[in-house]
Design a protein around this ligand. Structure first.
Ligand code: ARG
Length: 560
């Protein structure tokens, strides 16, 4: 926004694009700066000071200087420092207020992004670790669509793996009737069976056989599987609804089986499948590999398919049905190698000729001990337990004893969890310190919510006229400049597929607006013009905060 305007104006004045500005990192000196003079000096074999002085003189001599600049200076040895005019800032703010998405540019070409996130495993209870893919994935989806692209999301359930064989084994062993299977039963049975398989080889083999027979179409197992899928799927949907995470497609690994045949034919048509010790593999190592990449396993010697087979067949399906420009996988960092193998098969076989396959790994959510997070109850870090724990901690922190509506409380729990998570760069592990993240001061969800509620309170019942060209003091100016940087944060978030840029920007805005209203008593202001301008700025801030918060799935409570 301001950056684009400045660059365009400078090009117009100089007659070329040699000088580009960036946001200044020393704001006490100037708003924008450029060090391109150095580059230019090298190319033209001239003294940078000479060039710099010349350019600054040109910029200073234009007739409409005040429309854009307050001050343009040359600083030795080769910097151009720019302070923009209040008039320009206000012009941009008016534009932002009046245009949808604050005037964000539409992309030159609308692209289709296919997103694969969530990936919960049916019949295993959803736990804390599953939250991150859901939250990060949903937010990336919202950011992409806000930027003006199309998205399709698929939950890609783990619905056909060994855990199903284990649960079916348990059902048969316990003699449970198909009509008596409950969620509680499933949640108890899976961990029991999984533990049993670790110590009893025979049971383990039996579970694997059941899984294979299910995949081969055994009618009894298929019936049981459908019931398990229904019960567990409903609970998964309930938890995602609580987190405001949604999917266009509720497909799973089982849906890939229809495409395995076609995928195999396709690989054979490219002569890529090899037989090795009875298994079907694709060699994916490349000469430049520093670490050896093992072959991609398509089919085991006993005829069983693997995790990679379903992922490849799923890509086959996605290409056939949607032919997206991008397929994004928001998956645990530890699956990096798996996806490297799958992607290499796609490349080698030309299955995805004009589709970018992106592995967007995320780090682990750790407890204070640096190990994967567990709730206080210890061994079962289920999502429901986490929600309750966060609720309790937040309520204990409140000084006010006025009771709160459940709906508001759920909104706050969401804000605490999401802001804790999304402020971290996605690929990094982070320590989930509930105590810290539920505080109302600091870089937390509650701090952001309080900030927005306070603005809303000031704005309540006021009517606002257009913005004048004035700015009244430094905290006022800082907030206004901050608002104009909206597109920079969004572009970063989009290009790097990292919601943390949005979360950071939201936090910075919250700090700026807090400084603003702690120093300026808006409602007591006697000067009507000034009061109106301030209400205008607050109203724009409120609008922007709420639109950005929606990108990280945070709602505003009525009261807290
Ligand atoms: N269900 C898998 C797991 O729990 C995650 C699925 C990720 N998506 C994919 N297309 N493989 O590890």
């Amino acid at each position: 926004m301001i950056i684009d305007i400045l660059n365009e104006k400078i090009s117009e004045i100089l007659g070329n694009d040699n000088i580009r500005v960036i946001r200044s990192n020393r704001r006490e000196l100037c708003d924008y700066q450029s060090d391109d003079v150095f580059k230019l000096a090298k190319i033209e074999h001239r003294n940078p000071m000479e060039i710099g002085e010349e350019i600054v003189e040109k910029l200073n001599s234009i007739s409409d200087f005040n429309e854009y600049f307050d001050k343009v200076e040359f600083v030795r040895p080769g910097f151009i420092n720019i302070t923009v005019s209040d008039k320009l800032i206000n012009k941009v703010l008016r534009d932002m207020m009046n245009k949808p998405k604050f005037g964000l540019n539409k992309p030159e070409k609308e692209e289709l992004f296919f997103l694969d996130y969530g990936g919960p495993n049916v019949a295993k209870p959803l736990h804390v670790g599953h939250m991150r893919t859901a939250i990060v994935g949903e937010s990336i989806k919202r950011i992409i669509s806000y930027m003006g692209h199309k998205t399709i999301s698929d939950v890609h359930l783990g619905d056909y793996g060994l855990q199903i064989g284990q649960v079916i084994y348990g059902i048969k062993k316990d003699g449970i009737d198909i009509n008596d299977i409950t969620l509680e039963y499933l949640e108890e049975t899976y961990p029991k069976m999984s533990a049993l398989c670790k110590v009893d080889e025979a049971v383990k083999n039996e579970c694997a056989t059941i899984t294979k027979e299910l995949q081969d179409g055994n009618l009894e197992y298929q019936k049981l599987w459908k019931v398990i899928l229904e019960i567990s799927g409903n609970d998964i949907k309930r938890l995602y609804r609580y987190l405001d995470v949604s999917f266009d497609l509720w497909q799973g690994e089982s849906d890939a089986y229809k495409y395995i045949g076609k995928t195999e034919e396709f690989l054979n048509s490219k002569n890529l499948l090899e037989i090795s010790e009875g298994a079907k593999i694709v060699n994916v190592s490349e000469e430049s590999d520093k670490l050896e990449i093992p072959p991609f396993l398509f089919e085991k010697s006993n005829g069983a398919y693997l995790y990679g087979t379903t992922d490849l067949a799923t890509i086959y399906e996605r290409m056939e049905r949607f032919n997206p420009d991008h397929i994004l996988y928001i998956v645990d960092n530890r699956q990096n190698l798996h996806f490297e193998q799958v992607f290499r098969v796609c490349k080698k076989s030309n299955l995805t000729p004009s589709t970018d396959l992106e592995f967007l790994g995320y780090g682990t959510v750790n407890g204070m001990d640096g190990k994967p997070y567990k709730t206080r109850s210890g061994d079962a870090p289920k999502l429901d337990n986490l929600f309750n724990e966060v609720k309790e901690i937040f309520l204990n922190k409140r000084e006010e004893n006025k009771s709160m509506e459940d709906k508001d409380l759920d909104i706050i729990v969401n804000a605490i969890l999401k802001f804790a998570d999304l402020q971290n760069s996605r690929e990094r592990d982070y320590i989930f310190d509930i105590n810290k993240f539920s505080n109302v001061v600091g870089k937390t969800g509650p701090y952001i919510l309080y900030t927005d509620l306070r603005i809303k309170k000031i704005l309540d019942g006021t009517s606002i006229l257009d913005l004048s060209d004035n700015i009244y003091n430094e905290v006022d100016r800082n907030l206004r400049l901050g608002l104009t940087e909206f597109n920079i944060a969004l572009n970063h978030a989009f290009l790097e597929r990292k919601p943390s840029y949005v979360a950071d920007y939201i936090y910075n805005l919250a700090v700026l607006v807090n400084n603003f209203y702690q120093n300026n008593y808006v409602l007591n202001e006697k000067n009507e013009l000034k009061k109106n301008d301030w209400l205008y700025v607050l109203s724009l801030t409120n609008k922007m905060l709420e639109e950005l918060l929606d990108l990280i799935m945070i709602k505003i409570p009525t009261f807290m």
